[in-house]
Design a protein around this ligand. Structure first.
Ligand code: M6R
Length: 610
């Protein structure tokens, strides 16, 4: 959840580190710090709170040096405080460490170190690592890191440096991502690509159990046991501008506006010109193998899980096979019924979510083949899965996922049509209609943003006054309603519940009173009348209803306080359109309430701990 950045080269390290931390703040942000090595001395600057607190301190102290490490923290062991923030040192400021993950045996290590006379100044697990380096150092940092790493249990990515060898950074990875960026006479270390993207697009992606010794002259890669490694350089195809706000007030609204473009990237090269078929070249599974699966399991967390719920409707509708959708933290601990006959699809924007990664391993242990749907190329989940389809959303910085969700849906649409064609569960004519409609989706999303943004800007204040909101819908609309409620909760702190429209009367209707805001999604024609009755039920109890509808049917419009119309498309494709107004609603309510939109309280972008 935390972010790491490191630099070695000829430039002033402090500004490069602060710039990198700015790009990483979405990973975790209760405190931050940097340490620079300069003329046999280490200077550490750290501050609790937002990154600008650290920036002020750095402006004041002006730490010097052309090599350094930095960290943004999201507290796990020890409360957010300046002493608990990284970088950590041993008793003297000789060995400095930044670390992501958890050192599970830190208490026993700490006990031993205390008995050896070490004094601790924080409550963190990481500090034990700095003291261990200090205790075990015999004049060779690389050897010391290998020896010390052998004593660690848990998951970690860390970078260390010492004043005794002020020409190198050592980066180690186990179960937490770490990359080394290759510049011209300069090198970078980072937990995530955006931190270094403005400096280089060439990186080494470390695998578990690997380490890199990074100097100004190059990188030596090896296993922690000392076996040298040859690794290909990976070229990142993200544009550095994608990780900047580009004039928008927040990353979230920028990312909402990027959706038409990111959808175009998701379908680029994947739909035949004649609209006859979906082309998923990266999928290693042959049509015969795909045909063999009688059951699909989709496993994910949060918004990615919600994309799986939409996929259940699609796949069951188009492919006619049974789909189970599970939350990764539940799946991993409940002995799920998967085997060689099950295709397990895991979905993760970051590719690093700890529970989803554990689900990959659990499914593979049970003999299932795992297909990952992910955004971050080279991240752990796609690397461990058997197959991967990338969603190509580009870097998503806002904690609240928008363009990644919509691209996940697009990939599920592509996959469902592909499977349906293989299984011959839909006619060629139907496939062609769906493909033609899919090609139109990016323009339709652009249209919805244009048409509805102003509307939401204006009536967000009505929602902001309330403490509760409800989202209702049937079928696919219900799956999208869940995502709408999550968006509102996570960034505007407004309590939002999502219900299948027909379920309200079994209890929740008791919560509906005068002016309570209800968002009703009503796009599914086969159940439109039923949904309309449910809208009337809540209206009769005083609710103020905003409807997201497929076309402005009079009887629907009459019943609603606000209407958002989405353009005509195949009924099964509506979810990719209906979610857009819900994202805008959440955004403008959060802005109206003065919330920290991109970095909501208590949350981090990638959840790499359980
Ligand atoms: O990186 P992942 O897709 O695995 O992340 C899963 C969830 O943590 C994530 O979708 C979370 O729910 C978002 N904050 C939602 O906006």
């Amino acid at each position: 959840m935390c972010g790491i950045v490191g630099y070695i080269g000829d430039k002033k390290a402090s500004s490069i580190l602060i710039d990198g931390l700015n790009k990483l703040e979405y990973r975790g942000y209760d405190s931050a710090g940097i340490a620079l090595c300069h003329q046999d001395q280490v200077e550490v600057c750290k501050q609790v709170g937002k990154l600008n607190n650290l920036e002020e301190l750095v402006d004041e102290k002006k730490p010097q040096g052309r090599m350094g490490i930095g960290h943004t923290r999201w507290a796990t062991h020890g409360k957010p405080s300046t002493p608990n923030s990284h970088p950590h040192t041993g008793c003297e400021d000789e060995f400095v460490v930044v670390h992501n993950g958890i050192i599970e045996n830190y208490l026993s290590l700490k006990e031993e170190l205390l008995s050896q006379g070490h004094n601790f100044s924080s409550e963190t697990d990481t500090e034990a690592l700095a003291h261990l380096l200090e205790e075990n150092y015999e004049g060779d940092l690389e050897k010391t890191v290998r020896r010390v790493t052998a004593k660690l249990e848990g998951s970690y990515a860390f970078v260390v440096m010492t004043v005794n060898e002020p020409d190198k950074l050592i980066a180690v990875r186990k179960d937490s991502p770490l990359i080394i960026g290759i510049g011209d006479g300069e090198y970078f270390v980072a937990s995530d690509i955006p931190a270094i993207l403005s400096h280089t697009d060439e990186v080494y992606i470390l695998d578990d159990g690997e380490m890199g010794v990074v100097t100004k002259d190059g990188v030596d890669l090896s296993t922690i046991d000392g076996e040298p490694i040859n690794k290909d350089i990976f070229t990142v195809d993200w544009d550095p501008g994608m990780a900047e706000k580009a004039g928008y007030d927040h990353f979230m609204i920028k990312e909402i506006h990027e959706q038409p473009e990111s959808l175009r990237r998701a379908i680029s090269g994947r739909l035949s010109i004649d609209n006859q078929q979906v082309i998923l070249e990266e999928l290693d599974l042959s049509p015969e193998e795909l045909k063999g699966y009688e059951r699909i399991y989709i496993v994910a967390c949060g918004t990615a899980y919600h994309s799986g719920l939409v996929a259940k409707y699609l796949i069951e509708d188009l492919v006619k096979i049974s789909v189970e959708v599970d939350i990764a933290s539940e799946f991993r601990y409940r002995d799920p019924l998967v085997s060689e006959d099950t295709l397990v699809i895991v979905v993760s924007q970051s590719g690093e979510t700890a529970d989803t990664l554990a689900a990959v391993r659990e499914a593979q242990d049970k003999g299932a083949r795992v297909l990952a749907i992910s955004n971050v190329v080279g991240s752990t989940i796609p690397r461990e899965a058997d197959d991967v389809i990338y969603i190509h959303a580009g870097p998503e910085i806002a904690v609240a996922s928008t363009k990644a969700y919509i691209n996940m849906l697009m990939v599920f649409y592509l996959l469902s049509i592909h499977l349906a064609q293989i299984k011959e569960s839909i006619s060629q004519e139907k496939a062609t209609d769906l493909i033609a409609s899919l090609k139109n989706i990016p323009n339709q999303v652009a249209q919805i943003i244009k048409d509805s943004e102003k509307v939401f800007e204006e009536f967000a204040s009505e929602y902001a006054k309330h403490e509760n909101a409800f989202f209702i819908g049937r079928g696919l609309d219900y799956a999208v309603a869940l995502e709408g409620a999550l968006k509102l909760k996570e960034i505007s702190y407004l309590h939002a519940e999502s219900y299948p429209a027909g379920e309200l009367k079994h209890g929740t209707l008791a919560l509906i009173e005068d002016n309570v805001p209800v968002v009703a999604l009503a796009t599914q024609k086969s159940v439109l009348d039923k949904t309309l009755s449910n809208i009337q039920e809540v209206q009769a109890r005083g609710a103020s209803v905003t409807g997201v509808v497929l076309n402005k049917k009079e009887e629907v419009v009459d019943a609603l306080d606000h209407v958002i119309e989405i353009p005509e498309t195949e009924e099964v494709l509506t979810s990719i359109l209906t979610v857009v107004p819900l994202q805008l609603l959440a955004y403008y309510v959060a802005v109206e309430k003065g919330c920290d939109v991109d970095q909501p309280r208590n949350l981090a972008k990638s959840v790499t701990v359980e």
